[in-house]
Design a protein around this ligand. Structure first.
Ligand code: A2H
Length: 254
């Protein structure tokens, strides 16, 4: 990992309305500032197709001061990395947590996904979110991510078990790119081909993820956005740059 750093795009999903379980401590601490759930992605070109946001219900997050007016909701590990990468409007290495937040209480919170065709989406639980990767916040693109697709379908099947309202999982996958092998719904096609039954089918999901990633990157064509018609390989850095220039994302490495 130290030898081969990953260059993520950390997308700022603006909090629009806290979910029913968010504590009054959190609401008070947020005050009048803008709160962003910040999600690390390797596929910025797919952000048009965001349908929800995932957190781990057993994970601990915090609200961290990013500037005078902005708070970032991420894990402490990510806040520390961001502080050392100069992401915050603070001296290098300085990060200040204003309040703790649990993943469980965030479920049902409404956020605005940057560049999303759908403008308002909900925070939902995902079982496999790692505390040791990215920000602990994962944005969901079920058209192109097999993990996201399978998790969304699991949630729709058993909303009571996952303690969600069905309407929070109501946004369908949105086509964002097309590939010769899998059409415009690579994740769905691969989950069916590999007979993936649940988000716990880790091995098959890893294979599906690899196939979707390679086919999308090398053979995909954009269907939406400013770079519609361009190969994914060319659109990817352009979408990333636009998001960063517009203040809707930050570079994040680990
Ligand atoms: B990707 P890598 Cl469309 N725990 O973004 C689990 N997964 C996490 C995570 C965490 N803490 N942080 C980020 N991720 C996900 C989009 C996407 C992603 C698409 C297709 C594939 C894909 C939308 N979700 O990932 O282990 C994020 O999901 C498969 C490569 O560092 C992030 O990019 O390679 C990806 O995993 C980073 O995983």
């Amino acid at each position: 990992e130290a030898v081969n750093p990953q260059e993520y795009t950390a997308v700022k999903m603006r909090m629009l309305e806290w979910g029913p379980d968010v504590s009054s401590d959190v609401k008070q601490a947020a005050g009048g500032k803008s709160v962003y759930l910040v999600a690390a992605t390797l596929r910025p070109e797919t952000m048009y197709g965001q349908t929800n946001c995932f957190v781990g219900t057993g994970l601990k997050y915090g609200l961290y001061e990013a500037s005078e007016s902005e708070l970032f909701l991420v894990t402490e590990r990510a806040a520390r990395n961001m502080a050392f990468q100069g992401t915050f409007d603070r001296p290098k290495g300085v990060f200040n947590k204003v309040v703790d937040v649990t993943g469980a209480e965030l479920v049902g919170t409404k956020v605005a996904p940057p560049f999303g065709i759908v403008k308002e989406v909900y925070v939902l639980p995902m079982e496999g979110v790692l505390a040791t990767k990215g920000t602990g916040v994962v944005t969901s693109v079920p058209s192109d991510s097999p993990d996201d697709y399978r998790t969304l379908m699991d949630l729709r099947k058993k909303p009571e078990m996952y303690k969600i309202k069905p309407e929070w999982a109501a946004v369908d996958p949105i086509p964002v790119l097309s590939t010769p092998k899998y059409g415009d719904m690579a994740a769905e096609v691969l989950c069916k081909e590999l007979k993936i039954q649940s988000q716990r089918d880790i091995k098959q999901l890893a294979e599906a993820k690899d196939l979707a990633y390679k086919e999308g990157f090398y053979s995909g064509t954009m269907l939406v956005g400013d770079f519609k018609g361009l190969p994914v390989v060319d659109a990817k850095p352009k979408v990333r740059q636009q998001m960063i220039e517009q203040g809707l994302a930050v570079a994040y490495a680990e």
